[in-house]
Structure formats: C-alpha cells, structure tokens
Design a protein around this ligand. Sequence first.
Ligand code: ATP
Ligand code: MG
Length: 383
Amino acid sequence: MNNIILIRFNEIHLKGGNKKYFTRLLYNNIKYALRNIECKIENIQNRLLVRDYQDEDEIIDILRSIFGIHSISRAVELDSSVENINNYVSKMVVESTFKCDVNRAEKSFPVKSNEYEADLGEIILKNNEKAKVNVHKPEVIIHVDIRENGKTYIFKDIIYAYSGLPLGEYRDGLLLLSGGIDSPVAGFCMAKRGLRQDMLHFDSYPYTSPQAKDKVITLARTVAKFNGARFLYICSMTKMQEAFHINCKPEYAINLLRRAMVRVANAICDKYNYKTIITGESLGQVASQTIESLSNTDGVSEHLIVRPLISFNKEEIIAIAKDINTYETSILPYEDCCTVFLPQNPVIKPIKVISEKEESRVIDYEELLKSVIENIEVIDLSK
Ligand code: ATP
Ligand code: MG
C-alpha cells in the first residue's frame, strides 16, 4: 500500500486525438511546478499521480493552481483485487453517515460497481458501530477508483482545482498589465484557457513614481505564477502623453493614449511573436470601455484583442483578485499613466476620423512612437 496524490482532469478528456498532447502538456507543467520538490509524477491512463514525497500539503497547494487539473485527492494505492480492497476497507474507521462510490474503469474487475458498492457498505457497517448508510446526503463518501493499470485508489476527499486547459508551450499572449485590479484577473482568466503570456506595462515617469513601477513588478511576479510569464516589458509613454497634452483636444487624451498603447503592443507582438493582446477592460466600467471606445482602439490593432472581463461586474473581478492574491498589491495607492493628464470630460463615444485628425496634430507621431518602442525596458521575471 502506498500513499499517493491522485490528479484528475476533465476538459482534456474531450480532446479526442489531441488528448495525449494535452495530457503530456499538463504532465510537463506539473513537473515544472514541482521541480524543487522531491517526488515522482506518473501518467496512468486518464489520471496523473504523485508519489514518493515528504510534504503532501505543499504539493497539493501547488497543484491547486495548475490549469487543466479538475481535482486532487490524497489516496492510498492498492493492487486491484477483491481481497485487497475488502481487507483495506474493513480497517477503515467510519463514524458518520457514508456511502461507497466505486468507479470500475478496469472492466475485467470481477464485481460490477453497484454490487461492489453494496458489498463494501456491508463491510463498513459490520466493522463500525456508528456508521450509517445515506446514499443521498452522506457525510463521508468512500471513493474506490479501480484503474486500468491494475491498481485501485481509495480516498475520501476531493479538492477542486481551477479546471480549464493546461498552459501551452509557447507564450502566445501579451497581457497589458496596469497596476489596477482588473488586468491581473484578465491574465488569470486567459491562463485558465491555456494561454501562456508575457506582460506589458506603460508608465509615465516622472509623472508616475518609481514606487508605482515597483508595485507593478511585484504584481507581475504574482501573475507570472499562473500565466507562465517570463518577461515584463516596461514602456514609458511620457513623450506621447506630453505631445497629446500640448497638441490635441483634451477630451481625446485617453482615447489617443489607448490607441498608442495598442500600437506599441502590436509592435511587440510582431517582434516577439505574440499572437494576441489581453486587456482587463469591462463594458461600461469607464469612458474608455464603451463599445465605441473599444471598437475605436480595435481599429488600430492587427492582432486580436481579447477582453475576458468584458461581462464581469467589479465585485466578480474583486472576488477573483482576492482568490489569486493580486488584490492586496493592486489596491496600493500609486498612480497609473492613465491618470496623468486626465481630462475633465473624456470622450465616451470617440469617432475614428476625429481620433485620426487629433493624431495628425502630433507632427512627429511616428518618430515618437518608434522612440517609445526602442526604449522599452525588458525585465526577466525568472531572475
Ligand atoms: P485596471 O484595474 O486593470 O487598471 P481600469 O478599470 O483601471 O483597469 P483602464 O485604466 O481603462 O481600466 O484600463 C483598462 C485596461 O487597459 C487595463 O485592464 C489594462 O489591460 C490596460 N491598461 C491600462 N493602463 C495600463 C498600463 N499603465 N499599462 C498596461 N496596460 C494598461
Ligand atoms: Mg488601470
């Protein structure tokens, strides 16, 4: 008998011919996440498991935030035979209502699931005076998972993880990371769908402070734990914002800034092969997040912009931010470049031709954009 940690996945099962690929991806991601912990990871049919470890809780804590994992259980592993399983179950202590749940993945196991659940129930009742069967609302469920590898896994608890898809091999997404609450959550949501990312932050030094930058680096390190990011790009928008402030209609300042941000993001995508840009925008949250504003910025992007929070309410976003430990950093009170030169009445429905006209007032727009891109600082988060 061995103690092991059993790992189940769900969506990977739907992947047909690609199931092997996704399982391998998940296996590799788990292996990487547990690289500093002594243990062995095994791929058995439709399950993964971890064995030969010291600290179970530490491993479970890490596994819980790996995308593609549906649930985790601390289990015992037995050789599959009626005698072995009966013997183990006869020693279990049960002092409450219970039921047995048998999953007979190995069809050659001689007793059918329903019948075996009843048999095991009998054994438990016989050995535990206080135990009582309740099939509808049991306090304890004894799971008996009879697998194709000749082993049976017995466990009581199921710890749920985030499900989703395992992070892909390549960092295909570029997350626009502000210092706020929303963008880390947007990164989390896309990571849950398997999109590995790097991140881009805009500052307006010296209008924004070094503390604001430090805060974003701290935030980026937390986000990197789940979105797999290696690089944080930091881009100073100061020159462009000054140019907009001097030359353009104040109500278009935010719109012009967002268009410039998207152009910079596109240039980074082209240079480093990111396929999509992610933002934390949510419909109607602020003036720059109306359908008209979002379409306006979409208009300057060659790359798909994904906005996973588009339909989320703020409380829903905050609940996730708390869960993924970004909230406390996000609410630290430092200014963002979007709050520098903030106009009194930002345009709510920007019009494309006006945006373009305002941009044309900045005579050296292209050179400015080029110099902003050339001066991007790259922070390697793996160091
Ligand atoms: P957040 O909480 O993410 O800051 P917000 O409600 O403050 O969101 P905006 O400031 O309009 O909204 O930003 C919308 C999105 O644009 C952000 O979620 C982020 O993806 C991107 N963004 C805004 N400011 C920056 C920045 N300084 N650097 C990088 N991306 C930014
Ligand atoms: Mg913001």
